[in-house]
Ligand binder design. Structure first.
Ligand code: ADP
Length: 292
């Protein structure tokens, strides 16, 4: 396993706030790592330190064998920070050519635009694009230099479903060619769809790190879904959510819950029992800490 990025015991404070509190993280070649955490957990600070934009107070970063601030390292990574601005009068194709010119072996322009479904926008000026289209261009530009590792901070926030899927396709094709990605997202289903590994941050620390199935498995929660139930008082149900005619009950012991429903003579149809989603696990992992 080739480790492309290694963060070792990073600490970073902003005045009184500790944004990173001893964070270590490794990203291997070909991995897509999703970085999850509530607002203020330190995700953007971690990306900014790993990409050399912010200096850590302590700890160090090794990116593809070099320092993140060195020029040779910058040529093998791609970054889309949370906020990006594009020069308004430049056409999309010109932007791609400009960024590509900084790299020794850039991706062919047509190929890059096709990968991210941006070919129809090639001749449009950046200033005339919608916010979502600008975001897609900004993300695609991170891939222009044929990087080995790409950092994406909330790549699809504010995008509609089609635009999000176009970006997912681009990220997947990069990964299929062996590229590694560290991405943050507000959309847990995005991490579930793209990542093979997830790191959960809270209050400047990594509190869970593992494969998606492993993280899901860290909580024993099951989701029991019923249609039109008339529910008795239930013990051992940690949450009840209603969505249209379906009712979702989260529980640590689905068998006991089903026995309880049957014993109580509760009426329901279409019962379904599933493992907790990544979102359920994330809420349980970060929520448990909040409660302590
Ligand atoms: P996340 O990306 O998970 O939302 P951030 O890395 O943006 O978290 O922030 C982590 C903590 O560091 C927060 O408490 C935030 O307010 C603080 N912080 C981040 N950047 C700055 C900054 N430039 N100046 C002061 N505080 C900051």
């Amino acid at each position: 396993m080739t480790v492309l990025a290694r963060a070792l015991d990073l600490t970073r404070r902003y005045n009184g706030t500790i944004a990173l509190d001893g964070v270590s993280l490794e990203i291997a070649a070909g991995q897509v790592v999703g970085l999850l955490g509530p607002n203020g957990a330190g995700k953007s600070t971690l990306i900014n330190v790993m990409t050399g934009v912010v200096r850590p107070d302590a700890g160090r970063v090794d990116l593809c064998g070099g320092d993140p601030r060195s020029e040779s390292t910058r040529r093998v990574i791609g970054v889309t920070p949370q906020e990006t601005g594009l020069p308004e009068t430049w056409r999309v194709a010109e932007l791609v050519d400009f960024v590509s010119a900084h790299f020794p072996e850039p991706v062919d322009r047509t190929e890059l635009l096709d990968r991210f479904d941006l070919a129809p926008l090639a001749d449009r000026q950046a200033g005339g694009l919608s916010g979502g289209q600008q975001r897609r261009v900004a993300v695609a530009l991170a891939f222009a230099g044929r990087p080995r590792l790409v950092f994406l901070d909330e790549p699809t926030t504010g995008l509609d479903v089609d635009a999000r899927r176009a970006l997912w396709d681009g990220i997947r094709s990069f990964n299929a060619d062996g590229g590694a990605v560290l991405l943050t997202s507000h959309y847990i289903e995005e991490v579930e769809a793209l990542a093979d590994r997830v790191a959960v941050m809270d209050r400047g620390r990594i509190i869970a790190d593992g494969g998606i199935a492993e993280i899901r498995g860290r909580v024993r929660l099951k989701r029991v879904t019923l249609t039109d139930p008339v529910l008795p008082e239930l013990v051992g149900v940690s949450s009840v959510e209603r969505d249209a005619d379906r009712t979702h009950l989260l529980t640590n012991d689905a068998s006991a819950l089903v026995r309880e429903l049957v014993t109580a003579g509760a009426s329901f149809t279409d019962i379904e029992i599933e493992s907790a989603s990544l979102e359920d696990a994330f809420l349980a992992i970060t929520g448990d800490r909040r409660a302590t």
